[in-house]
Design a protein around this ligand. Structure first.
Ligand SMILES: Cc1ncc(COP(=O)(O)O)c(C=O)c1O
Length: 397
């Protein structure tokens, strides 16, 4: 096998304390899972063992939680939006989540939920609003893929494509929500806006808790490593928070991976005091779901205390991961992975084939005993770009 060198910037986390948060306890995760299980179409997504690839890369095990199967929505995001919207509805009706049922909503005046999204979160919010008989208005950044817009409109939501980047689209959605009396359901937090984003992060725990239960069913006590991709860091924070509570943050190596064009978590890890750092500009990475420049403060808090390493990588890493997952070694299953879903596997492969592989593997404690848990957070949510990359070889190494 040839070696090749993709850009992989690594920052070892000097702020690690191992301190987890009760927001992401195993008890809360059970409540959230109980809610998701009430949804008719609920079933756990597969955990795929890529044993042949693991052997090829000199790693013990590689397990990919495949969220392309989540509620037929092709991404994990709905887990957060659905839980947050249900909690908002409960709050409005003055009932607890235990008392909540889909039937209890019949005949009630619907609420309008607003959000901004690269696609997946908005699709999740539109789907949840439709399931719960509510309304949704969704704002998207410039350059939003047509398929992603269409998928939101199909779910009955109003969808507005702006000429702004993601973070500015969030601000616009927020202002319009204020002006119109809509309820903002955003997957990031800011001062004075934390309750709904916390519910969204808790919603994501279902993905992590299913994965851990599936590992146990395979006779694996726990992962030694996890690689979590970050946009604002809500997903990574929710999943890392859960893993830290379930196993202890010092029992595994938590790695956060981001595109180098939108690496706000990595940059925050490089800040001398560990303050959250915003990245500005067009954020024009192919990993649309990770094209966010402003860390979610709750996510950053968890990632700062529980992650071991932050990695900032070029777009080619994700493209490589898409091709590997879609064209596996004989005996491994095919996983259809979109740009933001594939960064973890692309990173593992890019490390193993790097001219400096031995040093990087050692620094991340990766070896033939490692059990690496990855999350394919989306399938081919932009099918045109999927084919450009996987068929036509765009972003080749
Ligand atoms: C497919 C996919 N993966 C990962 C993420 C990252 O989530 P977060 O912004 O919470 O870091 C997103 C966000 O939209 C996404 O769509």
């Amino acid at each position: 096998m040839s070696t090749f060198s993709l850009s992989l910037q690594q920052k070892d986390n000097p702020f690690f304390t191992g301190q987890s948060s009760s927001l992401f306890s195993t008890g809360v995760a059970r409540t959230v899972l109980g809610f998701h299980q009430q949804i008719d179409a609920y079933k756990p997504t597969p955990l795929v063992a890529l044993d042949h690839l693991a052997k090829e890369l000199g790693i013990g095990k590689i397990l990919v939680k495949d969220e392309s199967y989540r509620f037929d929505l092709n991404a994990f995001k709905v887990l957060g939006g659905s839980y947050a919207i249900a909690r908002c509805v409960c709050q409005k009706q003055g009932i607890t989540l235990d008392e909540f049922s889909f039937d209890s909503l019949k005949g009630q005046e619907p609420v309008t939920f607003a959000t901004a999204t690269d696609g997946n979160h908005g699709r999740g919010v539109a789907w949840a609003a439709q399931q719960l008989g509510q309304k949704a208005v969704v704002y998207m950044p410039k350059g939003a893929a047509k398929e992603r817009v269409d998928n939101i409109i199909k779910l009955g939501a109003e969808c507005i494509v702006t000429d702004l980047n993601y973070d500015d689209a969030v601000r616009l959605a927020c202002k319009n929500a204020d002006d119109n009396g809509w309820l903002m359901v955003q997957d990031t937090a800011w001062e004075g806006y934390t309750e709904i984003p916390a519910w969204i992060m808790q919603g994501y725990m279902t993905m992590a808790s299913e994965a851990c239960d599936q590992l146990e069913a395979l006779g694996i006590t726990q992962p030694t490593h996890t690689i979590l991709q970050a946009g604002v860091g809500a997903l990574a924070g929710g999943a890392m928070g859960y893993l830290a509570n379930r196993y202890g943050a010092d029992t595994f190596t938590g790695i956060v991976a981001e595109p180098d064009k939108a690496d706000c978590i990595y940059q925050s890890g490089c800040h001398p005091d560990g303050a959250a750092v915003n990245v500005t500009g067009d954020l024009d990475t192919i990993m649309a779901g990770l094209a966010c420049g402003e860390p979610n403060p709750m996510g950053w808090e968890i990632l700062k205390s529980c992650s071991r390493h932050f990695l900032s990588v070029e777009d080619k890493v994700a493209a490589l991961g898409m091709r590997i997952l879609g064209n596996p070694l004989p005996g491994d299953d095919v996983v259809i992975s979109g740009e933001s879903g594939a960064i973890g596997i692309g990173l593992l492969y890019a490390i193993a084939r790097h001219p400096d592989a031995a040093r990087i593997m050692e620094s991340l404690k990766l070896d033939e005993h490692s059990v690496v848990l990855l999350f394919n957070t989306e399938g081919d949510t932009d099918p045109v770009n999927y084919r450009d990359v996987v068929w036509e070889g765009k972003y080749a190494v």
